[in-house]
Ligand binder design. Structure first.
Ligand SMILES: [Zn+2]
Length: 266
């Protein structure tokens, strides 16, 4: 048996850093307790709204999983099969420990008892401390429904009288990403140094986004142009500027995060 220690260190400014999380896990055990589980309505959503945050979390030693709610089968470009291959490649690029797909139905999933129970079951199995979810308001209507689904499922998962044959589990927090539309963030994760791995993870979705040098004959979509990739980089710079760092990813949360003291606020 091999035990290994990991520390997640938040660095706010020169000379100000502190340990966010320090713990042990057994590298050989079948532990399903994740520090972060990021849920996206479609394969590629998590890469788009939190690719830098996920890559940084992994590098800080946090145990991270991605759960895609649908297979993205209604996408104008590519197929469910190509998107599965692309999402596995992106998972490897980000170094994410586990990825699965709930196949709730692209475009048609609803926030109802069936979908809530499926998400509750995965939350109780993976037992995340933090949940990342889609934006509350966005261009694609699945994103808002994905946000509501996770908000409700994360709460209901903690109620013992909902019987799934599992122990109840309520994540500490659900943080909603900001994807296509601009929303004012409640906090920003500094992702400087992780912009390249984020770009590579997004580029793994070769059917969805512009590939420099490719003769692209697939139907154009709002996300397939080179301008969309420029928009993503500009968004990270704008979010970073808002928070006083070079590059950032913004998140919204219904419950304000508590901090230990003024030194903990960057
Ligand atoms: Zn999406």
């Amino acid at each position: 048996m091999q035990n290994k220690a990991f520390s997640g260190v938040v660095q706010c400014d020169e000379g100000i850093s502190w340990v966010l999380a320090s713990y042990f896990w057994d590298m050989n055990a079948e532990s399903l307790d994740y520090d972060v589980v990021a849920f996206g309505a479609h394969p590629d959503d998590v890469e788009l709204f939190a690719g830098g945050t996920v890559a940084k979390s992994v590098s800080q030693g946090l145990r991270v999983a991605i759960v895609d709610l649908t297979r993205g089968e209604l996408g104008t470009r590519g197929t469910a099969e190509t998107r599965a291959t692309e999402s596995a490649l992106a998972q490897n690029i980000l170094g994410v420990h586990h990825r699965e797909n709930l196949d709730l139905g692209d475009g048609f999933f609803e926030v109802n008892e069936v979908s809530l129970r499926k998400v509750i079951e995965v939350i109780r199995r993976l037992r995340p401390r933090k949940v990342l979810a889609n934006a509350w308001n966005d261009r694609h209507p699945d994103h808002g429904r994905g946000a509501e689904l996770l908000h409700r499922a994360a709460f209901l998962s903690g109620l013992p009288k909902i019987d799934t044959g599992q122990e109840p589990w309520r994540p500490e927090a659900v943080y909603h990403g900001i994807q296509d539309h601009w929303l004012n963030p409640d906090f920003v994760v500094d992702i400087e140094g992780y912009e390249e791995v984020k770009a590579q993870a997004i580029a793994a979705y070769a059917t969805q986004f512009h590939q420099p040098g490719n003769d692209d004959r697939a139907p154009a979509t709002p996300i397939s142009s080179p301008e969309f990739l420029q928009h993503l980089k500009a968004r990270d710079a704008a979010m970073g500027r808002l928070a006083g760092v070079k590059l950032g990813e913004g998140f919204q949360t219904k419950r304000p995060p508590a901090v230990d003291g003024l030194n903990s606020v960057c």
